[in-house]
Design a protein around this ligand. Structure first.
Ligand SMILES: [Zn+2]
Ligand SMILES: [Zn+2]
Ligand SMILES: [Zn+2]
Length: 233
């Protein structure tokens, strides 16, 4: 095994009688670091000696920083790749299309607060689809790790599709479940089967909604799920 497992991943101190871990991660931490260290704004890990402070005040751990999307041009390319993938895999095309903006945390929070309902407890807003007047846009938080960025874009793109194809759909659980289902399929399309499977066991507040849509898929098939949404209210 890796020798680092007998040391705290944040302070480097030896782990004697007990240690703590975060869900789905190999790092181990001592009780003191779990209790006292500031946490990574993205993944929640206690921060070690090396971390980054983003211009909007978020602190980012080395692991999240390693694949983080900071550059708007890189973000735009990843956004386009993700949309192309979702269209190729699930056939979710748009007529009008959707704009893309990379924003910081206060901007995203301002957009969210000016929109409709607040997110459920335990849900961190990473991206947002909004239609205001005639502008339809997906806003994404800058500095997200690559895979989380793509998963969130897939989720928000599903909301953009719903906005065009299911204008009568008011069932929030079905909307969020379908968006999670699109994100789940995008992870599988990328070959990230482990990350996709984690969505099936996570404590995420949208997991019951995802399970509802997966149950629909078992009855109707993939294309049938999308057709069902266009008729649902
Ligand atoms: Zn420690
Ligand atoms: Zn992190
Ligand atoms: Zn959503």
């Amino acid at each position: 095994m890796q020798p680092t497992l007998d040391r705290c991943a944040a302070c480097g101190g030896p782990l004697t009688d007990r240690y703590y871990t975060l869900t789905d991660r190999p790092e181990r931490y001592c009780a003191r670091c779990i209790a006292t260290r500031p946490r990574c704004a993205t993944c929640g890990a206690p921060l070690g000696a090396q971390y980054w402070r983003l211009h909007d005040g978020r602190l980012q751990c080395a692991a999240c920083h390693a694949t983080a999307v900071y550059d708007p041009a890189v973000a735009r390319a990843l956004f386009d790749e993700t949309v192309t993938g979702v269209v190729a895999q699930l056939g979710l095309t748009l007529n009008v299309g959707v704009a893309f903006r990379l924003v910081d945390a206060p901007t995203l929070e301002g957009l969210r607060a000016g929109g409709s309902a607040p997110p459920p407890v335990g849900y961190n807003t990473l991206g947002l689809y909004q239609r205001r007047n005639h502008i339809r846009a997906i806003y994404m938080l800058y500095g997200l790790p690559r895979l989380g960025f793509r998963t969130t874009v897939a989720h928000e793109y599903a909301h953009a599709w719903q906005g065009e194809r299911c204008p009568l759909l008011r069932d929030d659980e079905l909307r969020e479940g379908h968006a999670e289902w699109v994100a789940y399929y995008h992870l599988r399309w990328l070959g990230c089967v482990k990350a996709a499977n984690r969505m099936l066991t996570s404590q995420h507040p949208y997991r019951p909604a995802l399970e509802r849509v997966l149950a629909l898929e078992r009855q109707l098939g993939v294309a049938g799920v999308n057709a069902y949404l266009t008729r649902a209210e």
